[in-house]
Design a protein around this ligand. Sequence first.
Ligand code: E4P
Length: 221
Amino acid sequence: MELYLDTADVSAVKRLSRILPLQGVTTNPSIVAKERKSLWEILPALRDALGGTGKLFAQVLAADAEQMVAEAVLMTQRVPGLVVKIPATAEGLAAIKKLKLMNIPTLGTAVYGAGQGLLSALAGAEYVAPYVNRLDAQGGDGIAMVTELQTLLRLHVPGSKVLAASFRTPRQAVDCLLAGCQSITLPVDVAEQFLGTPAVIAAVAKFDEDWQQAFGTCSLN
Ligand code: E4P
């Protein structure tokens, strides 16, 4: 499977890439805007923070297919190897089709339904990003949508992968993986929830305390 961080926070990527087996970093316009730096500054810094390797994802801003394609061409010229995120709107699907012919890799994003995700894969997207928590927040069932999408891609477009996105809890991410998703992208706070649950910290502290009480030290010497 592939694990990504969904952030443009360079110091968080540096910190977490030491710990986690990351394949890269995904961003979106809101995430980049939070950093108040240009995409051209952020993307190379994110790649450095990953140790010079890893896949980067960044999204177009245009709403019509022709402009989306122009932005995707510019982005991949300036950042080689970039996967371009294209919202899976009607115009977005037209752009994905054109970019496929140009061998520019894409991810169909802002996916709120299994059928919509399937169409972006059929158009030629290498990855499809269903928004799990955002759908849950609207009263939908994010995991059910991911499960359906996963099955549809396996049956009909096996070359495309689900890259599940939009998480608020580790449980949502685990459920997507159980549904068979090959890749997920975690916001920094959700990645950190996997690492530092209070029960784990308390368990390790108790081991130290018991050792200290018996031997007066916390080392093996
Ligand atoms: C993925 O393509 C999006 O960038 C992102 O995961 C949306 O997540 P959010 O609901 O946390 O903003």
